[in-house]
Design a protein around this ligand. Structure first.
Ligand code: ZN
Length: 69
């Protein structure tokens, strides 16, 4: 089951982290940034999907949460 998270409801700093924490298979490069982002939770894992800012391919990356406790 996929649960969509409203990106616009997040603090800007969190949004920036998610949008820049991307991997593109086509470019074979990380952190290129994504357009039309969609943040969702699936099977207890958090993913960010969208299209690559560089080549336009659809990419989906799992978000690895870094807890600072
Ligand atoms: Zn790309």
């Amino acid at each position: 089951m996929k649960e969509i998270i409203d990106l616009s409801a997040l603090p800007e700093i969190d949004r920036d982290i998610y949008l820049n924490d991307s991997w593109c298979d086509d470019c074979n490069e990380a952190d290129l940034g994504i357009n039309n982002p969609e943040l969702y939770i699936d099977g207890g894992r958090k993913y960010i999907g969208g299209t690559c800012k560089v080549c336009g391919a659809i990419c989906t990356s799992e978000i690895i949460e870094k807890h600072m406790e």
